[in-house]
Design a protein around this ligand. Structure first.
Ligand SMILES: Cc1cc2nc3c(=O)[nH]c(=O)nc-3n(C[C@H](O)[C@H](O)[C@H](O)COP(=O)(O)OP(=O)(O)OC[C@H]3O[C@@H](n4cnc5c(N)ncnc54)[C@H](O)[C@@H]3O)c2cc1C
Length: 395
């Protein structure tokens, strides 16, 4: 950063807003170019582990978000076919004490709004809504062009423009997401309309053949977010298309009556296809660097996409603060730390997905029974301790 130009950030989602706030804390000017009006319409819930909330607390975002969050006591695991409870993994006070930061659930829109509010109050952050980045140039400083032809100049560019990143096309041409074959359906249900365990203060995780179901309170505990994932469906872009109840129920036809009742209680459904991306050869080119889903989208089985974007943003800002005049050194240090971390989370997420979805066919049935037995034999805290590497990160 040899000029007094701002850091340009393409994308004002979870990673882009966090990066701008983290740069502000280092007195580095940042300009966020966001194609929307900074309104998050994707009405899904989100889980944030202590690895993410620790950073949000340090940046002053957790306080802004707190009234809208929920702190679940535990994860309860169930077999989706027979309805049997398999295991409890403690969260709540246990996770808070173990990791020094809370495990929370929230509505994505509330997280986005808290980030936007804090960013708006930052001296060094400016927000440019309705600016869709269409082109990147790196000649004597970085410049980006918007869809209306307007150009912005900066000292460097952070591509935080999500799964369908335009900036990635500049950094790693030809690398595009591919459909995994799975679809996620989501809905929001008033909590007082639901029976236990769906209204319980927990994250409920129901495992079934080639499918699973997650539910947890959001909006301060007023509503329950439901996400149903199945290894079927059409390849379509977008996170917010509507889906018929019959389609969702059809995918869970042989499930137990209790989770089926939850699916039936949902007033409406939204769907999105799950995409993956092969590892990029590099995350930066010249004065441009990627973070979050633009660099390494992760399947939702470990609920860590936002967590990784938040971690990326904080670490990138830290390296830029340490060596502001040596971009390539900062980018190399960032990638050296973040690449193995993101890869580990991606691999763990895929592994969990396979374990969640066991039970298809004769062999699958054997695996499912073995999985259920192992889950039942483990002590409550042992399962959580297995995730110390994840939630203890940066502690
Ligand atoms: C329904 C759902 C549930 C999820 N649940 C969890 C969870 O429980 N826990 C978790 O950690 N993660 C979860 N995730 C994943 C998480 O939301 C993403 O991994 C995270 O948002 C990635 O952050 P990001 O900043 O990289 O991208 P995003 O938050 O997607 O932000 C990208 C931004 O870039 C903007 N943009 C795109 N293209 C351009 C352009 N050309 N010019 C300007 N702006 C542009 C977009 O409008 C958007 O605002 C979930 C995702 C979804 C969809």
């Amino acid at each position: 950063m040899t000029t007094n130009r701002p850091v340009l950030i393409a994308g004002g989602g979870i990673g882009g807003l966090t990066a701008a706030i983290a740069l502000d804390r280092k007195a580095i000017d940042a300009q966020i170019l966001e194609r929307s009006t900074f309104s998050e319409e994707s009405g899904a819930g989100i889980q944030l582990g202590p690895n993410a909330t620790r950073i949000l607390r340090r940046l002053g975002v957790l306080d802004a978000l707190d009234p809208q969050t929920f702190r679940p006591d535990a994860v309860w695991l169930f077999d989706g076919r027979n309805g049997k409870k398999l295991a409890t993994v403690p969260l709540g006070a246990f996770a808070q004490t173990r990791y020094g930061a809370p495990y929370i659930t929230a509505h994505r829109a509330d997280l986005h709004e808290a980030l936007r509010t804090v960013a708006s109050d930052c001296t060094h952050v400016s927000l440019s809504p309705e600016f869709t980045v269409t082109d990147v140039r790196d000649e004597d400083g970085i410049s980006v062009t918007g869809s209306d032809g307007e150009t912005r100049n900066g000292s460097l560019l952070i591509g935080a423009d999500g799964l369908w990143s335009t900036v990635r096309g500049w950094v790693a041409p030809g690398m595009a997401p591919s459909f995994t074959g799975a679809t996620a359906f989501r809905s929001l249900i008033p909590r007082d309309a639901l029976p236990e365990p769906f209204s319980s203060p927990i994250v409920g995780l129901w495992l079934g053949p080639r499918s699973h179901l997650v539910h947890y309170p959001v909006q301060g505990g007023e509503a329950v977010n439901v996400v149903a994932v199945t290894e079927q469906g059409e390849k379509e872009e977008g996170w917010n298309r509507s889906a018929a109840k019959e389609t969702v129920l059809g995918n869970f036809a042989r499930w137990n009556d209790a989770p089926l009742g939850l699916l039936d209680a949902a007033p409406s459904w939204r769907a999105w296809s799950l995409f993956g991306l092969p590892a990029l050869p590099h995350w930066s080119r010249g004065a441009t660097v990627l973070l979050g889903d633009a660099a390494h989208p992760v399947l939702p089985y470990l609920a860590q996409g936002a967590g990784l974007a938040i971690e990326d943003a904080a670490e990138l800002a830290s390296f830029l603060g340490q060596t502001p005049s040596q971009l390539s050194r900062a980018f190399q240090a960032y990638e050296a730390v973040r690449h193995p971390r993101a890869t580990r989370v991606q691999q763990a997420s895929r592994r969990l997905g396979r374990a969640y979805h066991m039970g298809d066919g004769f062999l699958g049935e054997v695996f499912r029974n073995t999985r259920n037995t192992i889950l039942g034999l483990r002590s409550e805290t042992a399962t959580l301790r297995g995730f110390d590497w994840l939630y203890g990160h940066g502690g």
